[in-house]
Design a protein around this ligand. Structure first.
Ligand code: PLP
Length: 356
């Protein structure tokens, strides 16, 4: 079972010449595996923070003993390409560049090909680390094409599974770096994984039930085909965005270039508590909206639109959001959001529409 899983995951990461490791951990474990296998204590690394998850990766890098140059970006935007290029030009000692592809807390997607271009423009030979937890297998991701050295994901988002597996795509360059990197590691050691994975085994008891789940998930993705999976996410997201707009609400992402096709963080109107919207949604209408985290607690609620999802499920989320917002005291035109999304989905799915 293991060898075909590892092979097939490389198709998901679009990683032809490196490897993919599967760890029995949540995504956070693969963050740590990526760092501890390829870097040395005190290495200078370039990161950016614009939401709770990019913030937590910075926190981990500091706690593991890296010398972090962290660019703080206004939440609602993403990886700052110009600042990255300038920092890399100014400081050739930077050993690694980190980017959160999709910041789940704010619904912001960043341009990873652009990060690679900024690194090339600065003639940087740093390793590129990308958090693809809420992007890989849902929106386009090209590990090899974008020169990503370490790409992290988890089982509970685009792979449509329960939490419990993380996957780490590793480039040939990063595999090489691991041979001489001196940071302490044991459970996550690439060398142990390589020695056992090559024979189809793991260096410890694997969670076989989750591996069966991963098999089913990969089969579903290949059956639909990745281009169609990405198109579906774009379409689902666009319907939700039109619904949000029709309700007179704004996304937390400040401009369309940052809009995420996997999650929308929606600003609640002034005077309305986002936590209350989530509470009502969950308790009254059995809809688990994502709550606002940290800096955006109470200011947003989130609709996740990734994974095993279709248009009608998004419509139910919008309908529940309308009711929850109205019950929380917002002046909402009940039905306006769902009507706008219905209109969009009908046109997008019409047989005369040439888009997939
Ligand atoms: N990175 C992003 C973008 C996430 O959305 C999450 C979790 O939602 C994580 C990292 C952490 O992953 P996990 O909770 O699986 O450890």
């Amino acid at each position: 079972m293991t060898l075909p899983l590892l092979q097939d995951l490389r198709k998901i990461f679009k990683n032809d010449t490196g490897r993919v490791f599967i760890y029995p951990s949540s995504g956070t474990g693969a963050w740590e595996a990526a760092i501890s296998n390829t870097l040395n204590l005190g290495d200078r690394v370039l990161m950016s923070r614009f939401g709770q998850f990019s913030h937590l990766w910075v926190d981990m890098a500091k706690r593991l003993g890296l010398d972090v140059v962290s660019v703080d970006v206004e939440w609602g935007q993403g990886v700052p390409l110009d600042a990255y290029q300038q920092d890399l030009q100014r400081d050739p000692s930077i050993k690694a560049v980190f980017a959160t592809h999709n910041e789940t807390a704010t619904g912001v997607s960043s341009d990873i090909a652009g990060v690679r271009r900024a690194m090339n423009a600065a003639a940087s030979d740093a390793l590129l680390f990308v958090d693809g937890v809420s992007s890989i297998a849902s929106i386009d991701f090209q590990q090899e094409g974008w020169g990503v050295d370490l790409a992290v994901t988890g089982s509970q988002k685009g792979l449509m599974m329960p939490a419990g597996l993380s996957m780490l795509g590793v480039s040939a360059k990063a595999l090489d770096a691991a041979k001489s990197a001196t940071m302490e590691r044991c459970y996550f050691d690439f060398a142990d994984m390589i020695a056992t994975n090559n024979a189809g085994y793991f260096p410890y008891t694997p969670p076989v039930q989750l591996l069966h789940g991963l098999r089913a998930s990969l089969d579903l993705l290949f059956e639909e085909s990745l281009p169609h999976v990405f198109a579906r996410h774009r379409r689902l997201a666009e319907g939700v965005r039109r619904g949000v707009q029709a309700l007179g609400l704004d996304l937390y992402a400040v401009a369309p270039e940052w809009y995420s096709d996997t999650v929308s963080a929606i600003r609640v109107p002034d005077g309305i508590d986002g936590a209350e919207v989530c509470r009502i949604g969950f308790e009254r209408y059995r809809t688990p909206f994502g709550a606002g985290l940290s800096q955006v607690a109470g200011k947003v609620f989130r609709i996740g639109h990734l994974g095993d999802l279709n248009e009608v499920m998004c419509l139910s989320a919008l309908a529940s959001a309308e009711m929850s917002l109205a019950d929380a005291g917002a002046k909402i035109d009940l039905g306006a959001g769902t009507a706008a999304a219905q209109d969009y989905y009908r046109r997008a799915l019409s047989p005369t529409n040439p888009e997939p």
